[in-house]
Design a protein around this ligand. Structure first.
Ligand code: NM2
Ligand code: OGA
Ligand code: ZN
Ligand code: ZN
Length: 383
């Protein structure tokens, strides 16, 4: 019944009819749809088929391949009672579940910045209010789900605070850089992030597989001159590329590039397309980091076409795609969906005056916590 909280009500089943072996259900709200008998049998919610914890008890091999519906009747209450042959197995399906199950599996709602470009103020919340959890935390998490990033203002400028924020919704993901890393200019940097150089917009750690789904950066001090931050919606940019030149888009989504990072302690290598897609149209991730791109195995007669596509995408990311620019002050923190939103910074001087701390985390836990808080909120509203 996990879909119910996503469903807007409107009644369930008005009538049930077996047509050519499949079950047709007419909704009270109008319309209807067909259900395959094996699909229904496989999703039976009875206590023999589901543990009280909601987990499934049956395997596909437990179900007869020739399952049929011997009877189906609306229960008069929006649900439907079905008897399956040849087992004579009785099931009762909730009408709202039947209408709403698909919503629970749908990808979370995303708003590309070209449809509706948020300002920094739109995506920023006060640390104090979000730290209290509940509705305010749910709202802040929803910004990350929807826009791929969010900001906190007024976070205590204390060491390790960024990890505490990650624990509001999940777990810190430790990497070769540690659980917590300091971003400041140091003497022998193993990574260009630890210099005063500008960093063009990038996704972090594409040389890890999988790359961290979330990055958090927290400003403890920013007295340096320069060092402004920029965030870019990589999905909006990928859509711009597809719109402008489908062949460019195809180049970047079909060829995987090698990424690499090594120092005295690690030798990390991976391969990802710059634009990762699923099916025909869904964009799943953007991986873009010029500093960590390794030498790609591209036949000489294909390199020209690939580089044109790659150059055009870079131009869009640097100059044309929807972007947010701001200078972080002590107590500011931003979080990005590292599969989608790229980040960068301008060069800075007076390096000693700039100190950020960062950590990584995974997206699945954030989405889970967002759903849990939403579910709790809806339950409260019903009471
Ligand atoms: N740091 C800040 O992914 C990258 O190499 C960007 C990551 C060193 C953890 C910098
Ligand atoms: C990083 C990074 C940006 C900054 O640490 O990964 O991109 O503002 N830093 O220093
Ligand atoms: Zn059952
Ligand atoms: Zn970075």
């Amino acid at each position: 019944m996990e879909a119910r909280e996503d469903f807007d009500g409107g009644g369930g089943v008005a009538a049930a009819e077996i047509r050519g072996g499949v079950l047709f259900l007419r909704w009270a709200a109008g319309g209807g749809r067909e259900f395959h008998p094996l699909w229904l049998r496989d999703n039976c919610p009875c206590e023999k088929c589901r543990h009280p914890n909601g987990q499934k008890l049956t395997n596909i091999t437990d179900l007869p391949a020739d399952v049929r519906i011997s009877s189906a009747e609306s229960d008069g209450n929006g649900g439907v009672c079905v008897v399956f042959a040849p087992e004579n197995h009785e099931a009762h399906f909730d009408g709202e579940w039947l209408r709403g199950f698909a919503a629970a599996a749908a990808p979370p709602p995303q708003t590309l910045w070209d449809d509706s470009q948020p300002s920094v103020a739109d995506i920023a919340r006060e640390y104090e209010s979000v730290a209290g959890g509940g509705k305010m935390l749910a709202e802040w998490l929803e910004l990350i789900v929807r826009y791929g990033c969010a900001v906190l203002r007024g976070a205590p400028a204390r060491e390790g605070e960024v990890c505490r924020v990650a624990e509001w919704f999940g777990f810190v993901r430790e990497t070769n850089y540690g659980r917590l890393f300091d971003v400041r200019a140091v003497a022998s940097p193993n990574n260009l992030a630890y210099t005063g150089m500008g960093l063009s917009v990038h996704t972090d750690n594409p040389y890890r597989d999988p790359p961290p789904g979330l990055q958090l950066l927290h400003c403890l001090q920013n007295a340096a001159s320069g060092g402004k931050s920029v965030l870019v919606d990589g999905f909006a940019a990928a859509e711009m590329l597809r719109e402008e030149n489908p062949e460019h888009f195809r180049q970047l989504s079909e060829r995987a590039l090698p990424f690499h990072f090594s120092d005295g302690n690690c030798d990390l290598r991976s391969r990802f397309p710059v634009i990762e897609t699923a099916g025909e149209s869904e964009i799943r991730a953007v991986r873009f980091n010029n500093r960590s791109l390794a030498a790609a195995e591209i036949p000489a007669d294909e390199a020209g076409a690939y580089y044109s596509a790659y150059r055009r995408f870079a131009e869009m990311l640097f100059n044309e795609a929807p972007a947010l620019r701001f200078k972080m002050c002590a107590g500011d923190l931003f979080i990005v969906n590292n599969n989608r939103v790229l980040h960068g910074r301008d060069a800075f001087s007076g390096g000693g005056g700039r100190h950020l701390q960062g950590c990584y985390a995974d997206l699945d836990s954030l989405l889970s916590q967002w759903r849990v808080l939403r579910r709790e909120q809806k339950q409260k509203e019903k009471q």
